[in-house]
Design a protein around this ligand. Structure first.
Ligand code: ATP
Length: 375
């Protein structure tokens, strides 16, 4: 039976309540705070300083030990440099998925299991694990289940983690609503955390003005906006990294609104389509990379043969759409707008997240005109 659990303490209400719940259930709990970013935020505060204080305060109240680990270098290498490289290639990366995969559910978890010799890691993510907490060894693949709080559901961001990591992970909040977590926090003397503003922005980096933040790392590289229909240059930009597919571009000489349809790194060109619902902005066929499967092999096979229904989401907040999986392609039942290369295709059945793959590109309903491609 799992007895000793490391809880990733962020200084927020979710991880503090997770630690409390595990302690109440008789687990031996150790809190560990990770520092992954050491620059100052927009307000001039050292990022993570207040969070560390809050984590220390929570652990004191809960009477659990808190330790610290510093992964600033590793976060830079595995997450942030990849993030910058992707932007330079014209992709839109997802640092939260990368951070969960490489830092929280790899480096941090290996530290907990191998170095500290604990049995499992717990986090305050809103997700559920089919394992339950009392099995010696899971008999089969563990499923990443949708939590009770479907509004807070974080399975999208967890979809890239390894099955082996999931088997040694606990999500104590999976059966609770966020409001219930906050109420519980107030009842156990953690009111301050229940009222703390939720963390937003880039994982561990925090909330930033994107254009000015990214320009500290990637220098300007002027190029053209080209109309997908006419092939005409309709404006100029300061770098493809500053724009994402589907985004509106304000081109002063044109009355009609233009939207980014596609970015071409080699020519430093951004193809734009006139009108929010232009067919060049919609796709039904999506090319993907290798799938990180979280479901059983038999389920994978049934899905790949098209005999099991599978649903798809390409952004945390977007609705699910029925799809079919064919080798390295996803065929959607209905077209979706702004499928973004670099983001993730995340697959679901009715109760669980089945796995995820990186989006290479979507085939627009209307291919770019020959004129546009030549220019
Ligand atoms: N600096 C950190 N050190 C250790 N664990 C962390 C840290 N940041 C996040 N985590 C873990 O990852 C979980 C999800 O992180 P996320 O940034 O999504 O915060 P959250 O959902 O607002 O949770 P919380 O309220 O605990 O901050 C946290 O609940 C915590 O268990």
């Amino acid at each position: 039976m799992l007895r000793n659990v490391v809880v990733g303490m962020s200084g927020g209400v979710d991880s503090a309540v997770s630690a409390h719940l595990l302690k109440e259930r008789g687990f031996n709990v150790l809190g560990v705070f990770m520092r992954n970013w050491d620059e100052h935020d927009e307000a001039g505060r050292c990022s993570g300083e207040q969070d560390l204080k809050d984590a220390e305060w929570a652990c004191q109240r809960l009477q659990i030990e808190l330790r610290q680990v510093n992964y600033v270098k590793q976060y830079w290498t595995a997450v942030f440099s990849q993030f910058l490289e992707d932007y330079q290639l014209g992709l839109t990366p997802n640092p939260d998925i990368l951070c969960n995969k490489h830092i929280k559910f790899d480096l941090f978890q290996r530290h907990a299991l191998d170095t500290l010799q604990y049995d499992a890691v717990a986090t305050g993510h809103y997700a559920r694990n089919s394992r339950g907490d009392y099995l010696e060894q899971p008999l089969e693949r563990v499923r990443l289940l949708i939590p009770k709080d479907t509004f807070k559901d974080q399975t999208f961001f967890l979809s890239g983690i390894a099955q082996a990591a999931l088997q040694r992970t606990m999500f104590p909040l999976g059966g609770l609503l966020k409001d219930e977590v906050k109420q519980l926090a107030r009842r156990i003397g953690l009111r301050r955390l229940a009222e703390k503003r939720e963390s937003t922005g880039i994982c561990f980096v925090g909330k930033r003005d994107f254009k000015s933040f990214i320009s500290e790392y990637i220098s300007a590289k002027p190029g053209n906006f080209v109309d997908v229909d006419s092939g005409e240059v309709v404006g100029s930009h300061e770098g493809i990294h500053q724009w994402t597919v589907g985004q509106r571009c304000r081109l002063s000489s044109y009355l009609q609104p233009y939207y980014v349809a596609h970015k071409e790194a080699a020519s430093n060109t951004i193809y734009v389509a006139a009108g929010h619902e232009h067919p060049a902005l919609h796709c039904k066929r999506i090319h993907i990379g290798a799938i990180n499967w979280l479901c059983s092999e038999s389920q994978q096979q049934l899905i790949s043969q098209g005999s099991l229904r599978c649903r798809f989401r390409f952004q945390h907040t977007k609705p699910l759409v029925d799809c079919e999986l064919r080798a390295d392609e996803v065929l959607l039942q209905e077209p979706l707008r702004a499928i973004t290369p670099g983001q993730y295709a995340v697959f679901y059945d009715d109760v669980a997240c089945l796995g995820a793959a990186r989006i290479f590109h979507g085939e627009p309903l209307q291919q770019q005109s020959a004129v546009a491609m030549k220019s």
